[in-house]
Design a protein around this ligand. Structure first.
Ligand SMILES: *Cc1c(COP(=O)(O)O)cnc(C)c1O
Length: 347
């Protein structure tokens, strides 16, 4: 498989925007920077940020054991996903495959980029329908989006299924591992170099507790990363994000404790939810949320809103009729939720 054959022709031909600050970094001691029309008076943010985010990539590279030149950072996963669309999918010509019910951004970005989205529903057990997916692949298929653990169903897909897709598709398999740190399964990062068409995205928004800084991370071959780097907005990661993330990542133990607590609280909440008589099913979850099916999702959703508790009504997603998605909160928040639900059951 050749990446060049998958890329849009205009992207292959493109030269990246040459920013003043990509030649030298602002941290170069003793240098005088009169190249970027910045304000010279130092306040911590008067300089443009590093276009290549060297400091951040160094830390992520060590943390994830992936070379720096196989990492691309974006303003949230959403920007990274959009870059992949724009690099690989010719509008009104190419297609992508998504597996609903899944993360809504894939279809939004397909529409935005005028790329056909071939939807292949998950099976009743929320596993991918491999046979149908393989049937939908054609010469114009550029990306299959695989979200594992999947949002909103919470389950992880089997390694066999993911491997089959990687081996059978000439296009990219974009594996969204936004919830991998809550999962009992291992990340596919360690197999990155086994599959030239594997693109993995992760995010700091969930397990790492930094949804507010907007940092999405893409891992892929050096070639894919260098093509995407060419087209990304040069200053897409701002200085405040970079500083804050570096500060937070210097204490990895802290994350592990919180992830452990969330997983423990999820198991407890999962048991307690089953004690509520109008909750029909609590789906197994490898993520930091639970999908439950209830008697009347809209009614229960509104009842919760009246008590000041906001969950997500997923009823309009395929296979998710009368389902609510509940994020695992703190111990106190989860207790409040359970007590409130039990009060509805009695009332
Ligand atoms: C939350 C989530 C993300 C994260 O998006 P960001 O833009 O990085 O906050 C990505 N993929 C899935 C499936 C998600 O649920």
């Amino acid at each position: 498989m050749k990446i060049k054959e998958l890329l849009r022709k205009n992207i292959i031909a493109m030269q990246p925007y040459s920013s003043a600050r990509s030649e030298f970094t602002a941290s170069g001691d003793g240098m005088v920077f009169l190249d970027a029309n910045e304000n010279p008076y130092e306040n911590g943010i008067n300089r443009y940020p590093d276009t290549q985010q060297k400091r951040l990539k160094e830390v992520l590279s060590k943390l994830k054991n992936v070379p720096e030149n196989q990492i691309l950072l974006g303003n949230g996963s959403d920007e990274v996903l959009d870059l992949v669309f724009r690099a690989f999918c010719e509008p009104l010509q190419d297609n992508v495959i998504t597996l609903p019910p899944t993360y809504g951004m894939y279809s939004v970005l397909a529409q935005l980029n005028a790329v056909e989205n071939r939807e292949v529903l998950l099976l009743e057990n929320f596993e991918p329908d491999i046979r149908q997916i393989l049937e939908k692949i054609d010469a114009a298929t550029k990306i299959i989006f695989v979200c594992s653990p999947n949002n909103p169903t919470g389950n992880s897909f089997s390694d066999e299924d993911i491997a089959t897709l990687l081996q059978s598709c000439h296009g990219l398999v974009l594996l969204d591992e936004a919830y991998i740190d809550f999962s009992s399964k291992e990340s596919w990062l360690r197999k990155l170099n086994d599959y030239p068409n594997l693109v993995i995205i992760q995010t700091l928004s969930k397990a790492y507790g930094m949804a507010g800084v907007r940092l999405g991370v893409l891992y892929a071959s050096e070639e894919i990363v260098s093509e995407l780097s060419k087209i990304k907005p040069p200053y897409n990661i701002n200085r405040l994000t970079e500083d804050k993330v570096l500060e937070e990542l210097s204490e990895p133990k802290f994350f592990n404790d919180k992830i452990f607590n969330i997983k423990t609280n999820k198991m407890l909440l999962s048991k307690q939810l089953l004690e509520v008589n109008f909750i029909k099913k609590v789906y197994v979850s490898d993520a930091n949320f639970l999908l439950i099916s209830v008697d009347d999702a809209k009614f229960r959703y509104n009842q919760l809103i009246e008590k000041g508790i906001v969950v997500r009504n997923k009823s309009s997603d395929p296979l998710c009729g009368n389902c609510l998605r509940i994020t695992i909160g703190t111990k106190e928040e989860n207790s409040l939720l359970i007590n409130t639900l039990k009060s509805f059951a009695n009332g």
